[in-house]
Design a protein around this ligand. Sequence first.
Ligand code: ADP
Ligand code: MG
Length: 721
Amino acid sequence: MTGFFDSLTGAAQPPLFSCFPSRNVLQWTKTAREGTSVADLNTDIRFIKGVGETRAKALEKLHIRTLGDLISYYPRRWEDRTKLFPIRDLPEGEYACCRAMLAQEPTAHRISGGQTVVKVRAVDEGGVLDITFFHQEYRKNALHRGETYIFYGRAEGGGIRRRMANPLLEKEGGQQLTGRIMPVYPLTAGITQIMMAKAVRQGLDECRDLPEDVLPDEIRRAHHLCYAGFALENIHFPTSPEALNTARRRLVFEELFLLSCGLSLLRQRRESVHGLPCRAADMSDFYAALPFALTAAQRRAIEDAVGDMTSGRPMNRLCQGDVGSGKTMVAAACVWFAAQSGWQSALMAPTEILARQHYENLAPLFARFGLRCALLTGSTPARERRGILEGLQAGDIALCIGTHALLTEDVTYNALGLVITDEQHRFGVDQRSALSRKGSSPHLLVLSATPIPRTLALIIYGDLDVSIIDELPPGRQPVDTFVVGEKYRLRLNAFIRKQVAEGHQVFVICPLVGEEDDLPDERKAATAYARQLREKTFPDLRVSLLHGRMKAGEKEKVMASFAAGESDILVSTTVVEVGVDVPNATLMVVENADRFGLSQLHQLRGRVGRGKAQSYCVLLSDTQNPETRRRLKALAATNDGFRIAEEDLKLRGPGDFFGSRQHGLPTLKAADLSCDMPLLAEARDAAQTLMAADPRLTAPEHAVLRRRIQALFDLNEGTLN
Ligand code: ADP
Ligand code: MG
C-alpha cells in the first residue's frame, strides 16, 4: 500500500513542511490567482497525491470527501511549539520544547511484560533531562552522544533534573515537529495528527490558486479581514499567534457572512411563493370549545399565525414556548382555522408517545366541530392505515397526527394546507420540507420547547418568523428543584415514598453510563436499574420501565399505563424528555444530573409540574467540579427556560443546539458562537448591506459568493418550501 504517509516520508520526496515557514503567504495568495488550477475544490480526496483509498475511507468518517472539505477541516486547537525553554524552566506537567544535547549513548532495558524501553540522558547549560522511550526500540541505534535535538514533551519533576517520556524530537531547524505552531485536529481511527497535517498541507498546496475569495474586496477591506489564502494557510499552519487570530477572524466572519446571505436568499425565495389562501374566520367559536381560557401569549401566537395564513404568503413560523406553556393549543387553533377554509393539516411529532398524546387530546376537541382526526405511526396496523390513507386522499380527514410515518411515499393528501412539526429540534429542514412537498407550499408551523437564545435563533431559525409564548397557564407552580449528592439517597427514597403515598407519581431518569445518552447499552443500564428499584429499593411499589430501544408499541403501553396511574414510578431514559403529559406526576429524579446539559435537564423537569400539586425535581450529582456544581445550582435557581438556554450557551457552547445537523442549515466549522457573537453581528450587518444593494446576488462580482452559498445551503430544489 502506498498511502500519502509513505510516499511523503520516502527519501525521494521533498520534506513536507519544508516550504512552509518561510513562505510569504500574503504574497503567495495574490500571485497565485494568476496561475492555473491543478485541482478544484470538488476533487475527490482519493486523487490528492498520497491520500489513496484506505485513508480516503477513514477521512470520509470525518465528512472529508473533497479537497474543499479537507482544507476547511479546521484544527480543534493549536500547540505552540515555537518557544524553547531551558530544561530547568520547563513548565512541569505541560507540553513544551527544550534544546538539549545527548550526554550518553542510549541504553535499552527490559521491563516487565517483555517490553523494552530506551533511556538516554540529555543536558543543556543548566539542567539535566532523563528521557525514556517506550515502544521505540529503534531509538537506541538512532540517537548518539553529542547530538543536539529539540525535544517536545511533558516534563516531570522540578528543579534542574527533569524527566520526559516519549518526547517528539528533531534536529534543530527541522521545523516539522517543533519550532512552529502545530495544528491539532479532531481525529478518527486510522488517521493520526501527522497524517492529517500532511494531507492538509498537500491539499493546500494543490489548490494554491484556489479558492477564489468569496468576500467582495470592499467588505474584506472595510472589516479589516485578510485574504482567503492567508486565512486558510494560517488556520492550519499559523506562522504566529497573531497570524492565527487574523486567519480565524476572517474565516469566522466569512462563515457567518455566507450564512446571513444564504438566509436572506431563503427568505426571499419563500416570499416569492404564493401562500394557500385562507378565509378569515372568527376564532371565538374555537375558543369557546376549549376547557380553559387561553393565555394572552397563546392568543398572540395564534394571531401571528392566522395573520400569516391570510397574508397570501406561506406561513413559516416558529412558535417557541417553555415546556407546559400550551403550544399544542396554538397548533390546534391553526388547524381549526385552516380547516375553516377546507385545508387539511398534518401534525408531526418526534415520538409515537407524543403523537398519540396529541391525538388523544385533539381528536375529541375537533370531533365537536365535525372535523375528523387520524393517528398514523409506524405501528398503525395495515388495515387501519389503508383506511387513513383513503381518508386523507379523499379529504375526509382534517388533521393527521403522526410520526415520521407521515413522510412515507404513499401518504397523499387531498388538500394539505398546514404542516406542523412539534419539538422541532428533532426534525431537520429536510424532513420538514419532505412533509411540505406533500402539499403545494403549505403553511408551516414549527413548535419548539427548546428556548434558543435570541442570538442563536437568528441563525438556527433564520428562515422562520418567531412567536414566543412567554407565559404559563395560570395556577402553575414553579417546580422546586434541588441538587443533592449520594448521601441524601435515603432521604430521597423516603421522599419518593411520600409522594407515592399521597397518590402521586414519580419519574426517575436512569443513570447514564457513558458519554452520550443514546448508548448501545442504554437498555441494559435502564433495565438493571429498574430491576434494582423494583427488587431492592421499592419492592412494595409499582415500578415500570421505558427506554428508547423498546418497540414503539411497548413504549406506548408503558407510557399509557403510567399516565393512567397504573404504576408509581417510571424509570426511564431521556425518551420522556419531550412533551409527554402526566399531570399526576409530581417528582422528577435525575441520576447523574451532571451528565446532562442544562436545557435538557430543564426539559426533563418540565415533565412534572403539569398538574395542580406542588412538584419537585431532584438532581442527583456527586460531581466535585465547581463549574458543574455552579450550573446545576443555576438550574435549580430558575424556571426560566430562556435564561437556562443562555447559561447553557455560555457554559457548553452552542454544541447542544448545533451538535447535529438537524437544523438543516450549514454546519459552522470555524465559528464558535459562545465567543463569536460580536463577529456575528458584524457579519450580519455586512450581509444586510450587500443584500440590500444586490438582493439576488446577480451582479457579476458576486457570482463566486452566490455559487458558494448555493453549494453551502444545497439550494437546488425545494430545500425549503
Ligand atoms: P407544551 O407547550 O409543553 O406543548 P402543552 O400544550 O402540552 O404544553 O400544555 C400543557 C398542559 O397545559 C396541557 O395539559 C394543556 O391542556 C394545558 N393548557 C394549555 N393551555 C392552557 C391554558 N390556557 N389554561 C390552562 N391549561 C392549559
Ligand atoms: Mg408539547
